[in-house]
Write a protein that binds this ligand. Sequence first.
Ligand code: ZN
Length: 355
Amino acid sequence: MLRLTPVLLFALLGLARPDADDLADVYVREVQKINEAHVAKQRAETEEELGAKLPKKATRALEKLLKEKDGADVFAALVRCGEAALDLDRAKDFDRIAERLGASAEHAAELGTALSRPRFLLRGVGGLDAAYLEHFAEVLDATLVGYDELFGFAEWSKVPGKKLRVRVHLEEKITRPPHFAPQYPFHSEIDFPVIDPQRLRSPTKDGKFLFYGLCHELGHVIAMWGDRRNQADHHTWAHYTGVLLVEHLTQSLENEAVMKHLRDVRWRSLAKEREKHEDVEPGTADGEAAMALWIRLHDAVGSQAIGAAINYMDAKGIGPRVNRVRYYGYDDLAEAFAKTLEDEDRRASVAALLR
Ligand SMILES: [Zn+2]
């Protein structure tokens, strides 16, 4: 007599295997649960600690999916898992998925390449290969070290513990410059278009300052001023950090290979801005005044003190958060300086500038 085992039953009903999408759902959902819990707890667990929490049922679902026969549904499901793997910095999962997608050029291109480093995670799409990301990582690492040297920011991500993400995409033409994408709920991410598939060159032939753009966007990642409707700094804070970093890195890494094709300093530097704003009264009324204010603050106390004041505001949770992006006000900054500056003369000069 015929025994109806579950397998046979499924086969008879035409339900031989779980849907590829269902398997992806398990993996994607478990990744999301971990990130949601992390955001809710506000504890600075590292990506590694978070990644290790992924339960067996998620990894088992991925294993199954990886072994499924070739098919558009399977490939699309794998792309979803690959993206989720990046949300938790599961680089090994990502690499296995990318390798499996070698069977479908279209889906492999959609997922792209990724590179995980201690401080950030890069994703390359549009035809950027692993070598490109290696080079981009060198530039970003050098830039972050430059920020360390100048400001000493304690936490890059708006969600403590999470690595910074940069999505680098190859375009024929850059229609929108690099920008900080504030919409991601679980980490800070910069959207970064490039047009040269070989390596990052800046400025581009059509005059886009991509290196300055990277330095500038990192300024936004650290701090926004005012609130969603009112940019109290008239977009000058990131301009200040951007030109300062370009100038600093060009000097400190002179003759280093990493700087070879990065020549923005001819057009973008703090020295140039200082000259331009020499006769501008510092204040907050417009962009010119606001830029003069950052330059005067910089010259009065130095970037390390500005970094310490921002670290103070971040640690104390001062200022509004929009989608967890850190917003601050000038009053907050004045108070942070009062708390963090030890030297009385410096306290007085900052108070006079921010009054
Ligand atoms: Zn900007």
